[in-house]
Design a protein around this ligand. Structure first.
Ligand SMILES: Cc1ncc(COP(=O)(O)O)c(C=O)c1O
Length: 377
């Protein structure tokens, strides 16, 4: 089955009982047992038919053997981090999502798990941070918000040789454009709140693995810690995923046009977008990914200018999140990455004048005209 067909026919596409072409929402929290232990489903935290349909679908889309759905992207990341325990050391890409950073620094640290944030685009730097107790490397590529590109295959190979797990947050690329398990990663995860849902109306997280041992461990943790995705939200996510291909193709074409416009604008010194040939990592990204996505960031110079731009825009909504049908604008230093200390943000290049755009499905000419007006102010 090809990618676009998988989005429609993957998982369990129809209701086995009625033939309904839309998979039913099963709200029951518990299930009748014919006799003790004789059942298909036992209890909704352990397994729910609608969630199972979604989990099978995402496992197929990521070319894995087992999928798991959680109440949010952070619940998915937290559950995966429960694979590790006191005394373990983890490595993370240095500009990971601010919520991941906060989890590591403020929560995992209390559990006796230590971590280093490292420039994963440079294997030599990664090598230097390796410790005897390092257990995994967690990558984001492209990263949020600087769209930095890491070589998934090289890092996965290195990690495998050292006996570490490679975990990839594939939220920005989606399984439509990039499949980290095919490149050697062990775990792929998503904030499905973003492109997979696609309509700013569901909060969810997904995890996919290949190996039976990891599937057993994550399945156990999912049930034991309990941050599972509800049936209604599982259904919404299945519906969103059906249109992922058309949304991603269209959004990418719009993002390319907006990025090109910004790059040519005399008052914009830097544009970060993996679809621009000038982007650091352009070639690598296109080697491991089939598309450039719909997120771009640009430097506008100062906090004052950010305020002027924000107050002049009509079609970009100032909001957290990304990956939906409507275009969103955010200021990472004040919003998504506010939990990273100012000094560290500065080192990373997440300045107060950095703006992130999530390009949606509006007419790209309207988006460009909107930005043109705002940049003139
Ligand atoms: C790359 C990335 N990973 C994880 C998350 C966390 O996902 P959620 O907000 O669904 O908990 C986000 C949220 O913005 C994100 O951008």
């Amino acid at each position: 089955m090809r990618r676009k067909t998988k989005l429609i026919h993957g998982g369990i596409p129809q209701d086995q009982h009625t033939g309904g072409v839309s998979f039913p929402i099963q709200l029951s929290s518990t299930f009748k047992q014919k006799s003790i232990g004789d059942f298909n489903y036992e209890y909704a935290r352990t397994g729910n038919p609608t969630r199972e349909a979604l989990e099978k679908l995402i496992a197929e889309l990521e070319d894995g053997n087992a999928g798991f759905a959680f109440a949010s992207g952070m619940a998915a990341i937290t559950t995966v981090c429960k694979l590790f325990s006191q005394g373990d050391h983890l490595l993370f890409s240095e500009d990971v999502y601010g919520g991941t950073y906060r989890l590591v620094v403020n929560v995992l640290s209390k559990e006796g798990i230590t971590a280093d944030f490292v420039d994963t685009t440079d294997l030599n730097k990664v090598e230097k941070t390796l410790q005897n107790n390092t257990k995994a490397i967690f990558l984001e590529t492209p990263t949020n918000p600087l769209l930095t590109i890491t070589d998934i295959a090289s890092i996965s190979k290195w990690a495998q040789d050292k006996g570490l797990l490679t975990i990839v947050d594939n939220t920005f690329a989606t399984p439509y454009w990039q499949n980290p398990l095919q490149l050697g990663a062990d775990v792929v995860l998503h904030s499905a709140t973003k492109y997979l849902g696609g309509h700013s109306d569901v909060l969810a997280g997904l995890v996919v693995v290949h190996s039976k041992a990891l599937a057993d461990e994550i399945g156990f943790l999912q049930n034991a810690t309990g941050a599972v995705l509800g049936a209604q939200d599982s259904w919404l996510l299945i519906r969103g995923i059906r249109t992922l291909a058309v949304r991603m193709e269209e959004i990418e074409s719009h993002a390319n046009q907006v990025a090109t416009f910004l790059q040519q604008h005399s008052t914009v010194p830097i544009v970060y977008y993996p679809g621009l040939p000038t982007h650091t990592g352009y070639e690598l990204h296109h080697k491991q990914s089939r598309g450039s996505g719909g997120i771009l960031s640009f430097e506008c110079g100062s906090e004052e200018r950010v305020s002027k731009i924000l107050s002049s825009l009509s079609y970009f909504t100032l909001a957290e999140s990304l990956g939906a049908v409507e275009s969103l604008i955010s200021v990472p230093a004040k919003m998504t990455h506010a939990s990273i200390p100012a000094e560290r943000r500065k080192e990373l290049g997440i300045t107060d004048g950095l703006i992130r755009l999530s390009i949606g499905l509006e007419d790209p000419d309207d988006l460009i005209e909107d930005l043109e007006r705002a940049l003139k102010k």
